[in-house]
Design a protein around this ligand. Structure first.
Ligand code: GLU
Length: 293
């Protein structure tokens, strides 16, 4: 990397190859490209493929084809998260050694049963900004001996951030610079709203939060441009960046493309795929118009 490259703004488009891309992805890729061009910056492509059961080479190939068709000019090669599990694990290990991460053993079903029972008795269980219940506190309170015993017995587990302890250790208020379509300026981060997030899954050696934060830093990303559905997740990202001594990019959360009923487009529900639009012979200008650019 040359000195000039290092000083340029760096953007990234970071899709997960777990389904065909749709118009919402096209909007995100265009905005990344437009902002990179306008600032004389660089645009990188990252495959967020830590979920080895849902991500496939065919979906990845489809993404490259869509990028070509949309004439998105990104710097080759793409970074593939599945090739960097060792790095994510090494970072996780440092957080485990600092006592900021603990093994969690409850299944989703067990968590649900506990929350349901609690709420049946009139209680109100805390939920994260996506509506999922916070992870119950039991595993956080296990002694080292109890943890060792359960891990030693081969119990299936994920690794979770002890968010309260992490915030206590930092002792500082966190915020981020936002330039997107909603609230802009300095946004106060609220990582506690997420409870103890997963940093390494039982079925994958990392998590979205851990790998996105590490990759943004490793790739020197200066501007994170993505949909407003990830606005609140930025609180977790800022906490991890601070714990790991990583720089904070500028964030730009853009509007989402919704269907006629106002629902966010999704890959799994078979929404307007780019491949179909490509097959219909739509032009780049036509797609830009469809996404309101
Ligand atoms: N991989 C995420 C997605 O496809 C995007 C993550 C990000 O831009 O931070 O929704």
């Amino acid at each position: 990397m040359t000195t000039t490259q290092r000083q340029k703004p760096v953007f990234r488009f970071a899709p997960s190859p777990n389904g065909p891309l749709h118009l919402g992805h096209a909007l995100s890729a265009f905005i990344n490209q437009d902002m990179a061009k306008a600032s004389g910056g660089r645009l990188l492509l990252r495959m967020e493929d830590i979920d080895l059961t849902r991500c496939t080479p065919d979906f990845e190939t489809g993404i490259y084809q869509d990028m070509d068709w949309l004439e998105i000019d990104w710097e080759k090669p793409a970074r593939r998260q599945s090739e960097h599990f060792g790095e994510y694990q090494a970072t996780l290990q440092t957080l485990i050694e600092r006592g900021l991460v603990y093994p969690s053993f409850m299944t989703r079903g067990e968590v649900k049963a506990e929350v349901t029972a609690f709420e049946a008795n009139g209680g109100s269980w805390p939920r994260d900004p996506d509506g999922s219940p916070h992870y119950p506190p039991h595993d956080r309170g296990l002694t080292q001996a109890e943890r060792g015993e359960r891990l030693g017995s081969g119990a299936k587990h994920a690794w979770r951030l002890d968010t309260k302890r992490a915030l206590d250790e930092l002792g500082a208020k966190l915020d981020w610079a936002e330039t997107g379509d909603g609230e802009t300026g300095t946004i106060k981060a609220d990582p506690a709203a997420w409870g103890d997030v997963i940093l390494s899954r039982s079925d994958a050696p990392s998590s979205y939060h851990l790998s996105v934060v590490l990759d943004d830093a490793l790739q020197g990303i200066t501007h994170v441009v993505r949909g407003t559905d990830l606005f609140h997740a930025t609180s977790v990202h800022r906490l991890l960046q601070s714990l790991l001594g990583l720089p904070a990019p500028i964030y730009h959360h853009h509007r989402l493309i919704t269907d006629a009923s106002g629902r966010k487009l999704s890959k799994s529900e078979g929404d307007t795929g780019l491949a179909e639009l490509r097959a219909k012979g739509l032009s780049v200008a036509g797609v830009r118009q469809l996404v309101g650019l």
